[in-house]
Design a protein around this ligand. Structure first.
Ligand code: MF3
Ligand code: CO
Length: 258
């Protein structure tokens, strides 16, 4: 990850708007297909075809040899779960994370969805994690600091008895999937308040919240990250442009979230 934060010109923001909107649109199409019996491999194939038909390409496939279009992380899986032939079951929670490249600019977003009816505790985890993202986006104000975003996530997650993952973070995004700055979902003692947020910054903000402790481990496939204690985990992500008027969420569809 480069350490200089690259500010985007208005014409670049227009391209980023298109790539991120396409990610939101694809996720919405996927969400309509999520139900018991469907496999995450079917969702992956759908997503890749959907992108390619629209002149885009998957952002994750081939990135550090990641083999799929989607990350599909079920229940105790935190992020980077491989799509598979295992059918989704009633009561699962499924994180769908997807990136797309349009005219060389990246889009990135994630949402965690219930599969059929889920437990009240799973419902609460999804709601609180989504609220963490909403609060983090609202904290992304010009003239503020990066730590405002981190703090918004951590406060809300911990106030609800959950924990935030430490080993994965959000990121700047543009002509690369991962640019500076890294965006932790927690405050790091000694790291200060971080850089000042400025118009032209484009940030992928992605709270990962665990129902149990914050630790994760990576499975033998070398990608799938699961909670160390086996508790549920949720993940939501928006790509957001900082403007002089405040945060502008690029991964919305017709002004609406997923
Ligand atoms: N949304 C995640 C991220 O921005 C997904 C990356 S998956 C990878 O880091 F395969 F591309 F690494
Ligand atoms: Co991301």
């Amino acid at each position: 990850m480069r350490d200089k934060i690259i500010l985007k010109a208005p014409w670049e923001l227009e391209i980023l708007r298109r790539s991120n909107r396409l990610v939101a649109e694809t996720l919405q199409e996927l969400a309509r297909r999520v139900r018991p019996g469907v496999t995450t491999l079917e969702l992956d194939r759908f997503a890749e075809a959907y992108l390619r038909e629209r002149g885009a390409r998957p952002a994750f496939k081939g990135y550090r040899d990641y083999p799929f279009t989607l990350c599909t992380s079920i229940n105790e899986a935190v992020v980077h779960g491989f799509p598979s032939a295992r059918a989704l079951q009633e009561g699962d929670i499924l994180s769908l994370d997807m990136g797309a490249v349009v005219d060389e600019y990246y889009g990135d977003a994630a949402v965690t969805l219930p599969v059929g009816r889920i437990s009240p505790e799973a419902e609460r985890l999804l709601r609180v994690t989504r609220e963490c993202l909403d609060r983090a986006v609202q904290a992304a104000q010009p003239g503020g600091r990066l730590a405002d975003i981190s703090q918004a996530v951590q406060r809300h997650a911990e106030a609800n008895g959950f924990s935030v993952v430490r080993v994965f973070v959000g990121h700047g995004i543009g002509k690369s999937l991962h640019e500076a700055p890294q965006i932790p979902n927690f405050l790091d003692a000694g790291q200060g308040r971080g850089p000042v947020l400025k118009p032209g910054m484009v940030l992928a903000i992605e709270p990962m919240v665990n129902a149990g402790g914050p630790d994760v481990k990576v499975l033998e496939d070398r990608w799938t990250a699961v909670t160390a204690d086996g508790a549920l985990s949720a993940h939501f992500e928006h790509t957001v442009a900082i403007t002089e008027h405040g945060p502008d969420i690029l991964t919305l569809l017709n002004g609406r979230g997923l």
